[in-house]
Ligand binder design. Sequence first.
Ligand SMILES: NC(=O)c1ccc[n+]([C@@H]2O[C@H](COP(=O)([O-])OP(=O)(O)OC[C@H]3O[C@@H](n4cnc5c(N)ncnc54)[C@H](OP(=O)(O)O)[C@@H]3O)[C@@H](O)[C@H]2O)c1
Length: 315
Amino acid sequence: MSSTRTISPFDFSSTAAEVISGVDLHGRRALVTGAASGIGVETARALASAGAETVIAARDLAAADRVAASIREDTGNEAVSAVHLDLLDRASVDRLVEGYAGPLHLLINNAGVMAVPELRLSPEGHELQFATNHLGHFRLALGLLPALRAAGGARVVSVSSRAHLNSPVVFDDIDFARRAYDPALAYAQSKTANVLFAVAAASRWSDDGIEVNALHPGAIADSNLARHYDPGVLQELRTSGRYTFKSIEQGAASSVYVATSPLLEGVVGRYFENCQEADPGDPTAAGTDAAGVAAHALDPAAAERLWTISEQLNA
Ligand SMILES: NC(=O)c1ccc[n+]([C@@H]2O[C@H](COP(=O)([O-])OP(=O)(O)OC[C@H]3O[C@@H](n4cnc5c(N)ncnc54)[C@H](OP(=O)(O)O)[C@@H]3O)[C@@H](O)[C@H]2O)c1
């Protein structure tokens, strides 16, 4: 396991196509969650373009089928298919796991929901963003663990967000039962959980040849993620100059880099942004394009605590 900080040839403006150039994924199998829209589509397209057998996992199966067909047509890779996955529905996650045969080399936990305006709970009673972004992916990854092990060298990518800087996992009240619900803090908490998952999974699964890392894709205004935002707020964000927005193709670059770069062999439990390993984060530096990673997201004790709780909640 490498402890050296990695440096890559890619940066803020790199696209998924640039990052995948020269990478050969023939004989590899990939699954991308939430890949019927946004960053997931371009992540899947890049992996498929390099020859990977690619599964588009989405809760809108018709949309996933359309994306799979368009990627097959664009890339000439016929091994692109769609499968139903609703991360809020345990039976759906379990069906995908039970129906998945053979090894899995690349698992991209990309699906996500942001800033749900009112407190909503999963069927098991957990705050919706935490349940979708973290607990659903936790169940999926653990279910697919035999397939990841069978790959004899696999990577798991946990798509987080710079928003993680705004909240640790609040272990005493993950589900906002005793504090006022705040849509942004609930998203932030779930995105810290995505990084902590990578930290804990990396230490557990490295010996099985499974490398797990997390990342922030950048600020991308053209995906569906801001669907819960007031259109006026979104327009203000677009024009405020506080963020430099990326295209969706640029937004997929860090996922593709972390999933496939040979430079990252043996690198686990880290957090990337702009295709680079992130510096320590400063929550007060909102609006900068490289915000860094919070200590609360890389804390091994918090990662272990979250893992134990997630196992209990997943039982
Ligand atoms: N866009 C940004 O600026 C930005 C910044 C930082 C991090 N991210 C992260 O990047 C990832 C991709 O986001 P995006 O920008 O591409 O947004 P997006 O277009 O909304 O993609 C997110 C996908 O997740 C899916 N999803 C939501 N709930 C789900 C569930 N219960 N089960 C299965 N799939 C579900 C959505 O499917 P439905 O259409 O069916 O809801 C959607 O296809 C997310 O994890 C997000 O947090 C994005």
